[in-house]
Design a protein around this ligand. Structure first.
Ligand SMILES: [Zn+2]
Ligand SMILES: [Zn+2]
Length: 136
């Protein structure tokens, strides 16, 4: 697929040109901080298919973890752009809220339901995992 997106203030822009690997919603406690409470919804692409085209991202990673996720965000408006995971360095995890056109998105699965809050919604019929999906 081809897609474009950017942060709330418009400083950061990206484009995607490549296959959509998977979509998901994550209920983990960390995502609740980043989103403001709800599960994070995201799409995963090969890192080579994702390119920043404008702006300079800021990054955050926890210092208390051995292999922390690297979170990309806009230092001007605070929009959470996506993550790079040390366990899958060839992937780019992109938040759905930044896409110019979000109509392609439906979550294929839910993860980290161990941290799910009572107000979180999981669509009927999608697989839900207490932690990560088991690698098949
Ligand atoms: Zn911004
Ligand atoms: Zn999460």
């Amino acid at each position: 697929m081809k897609a474009t997106g950017g942060c709330y203030c418009g400083e950061i822009r990206y484009e995607i040109n490549g296959a959509l690997r998977i979509t998901a919603q994550c209920h983990c406690r960390e995502c609740q901080y980043i989103t403001g409470g709800n599960p994070a919804v995201f799409a995963v692409f090969s890192k080579d298919d994702f390119q920043y085209t404008a702006g300079k991202i800021a990054t955050f990673k926890r210092r208390d973890l051995a292999t922390p996720v690297v979170r990309h965000f806009c230092s001007n408006c605070g929009t959470a752009i996506g993550n790079k995971s040390p366990t899958n360095p060839n992937l780019m995890i992109v938040k759905i809220g930044m896409f110019d056109d979000q109509s392609f998105f439906t979550p294929m699965l839910a993860i980290f339901t161990c941290d799910k809050q009572s107000y979180h919604y999981i669509p009927e019929g999608i697989p839900a995992f207490e932690k990560r999906r088991e690698k098949s």
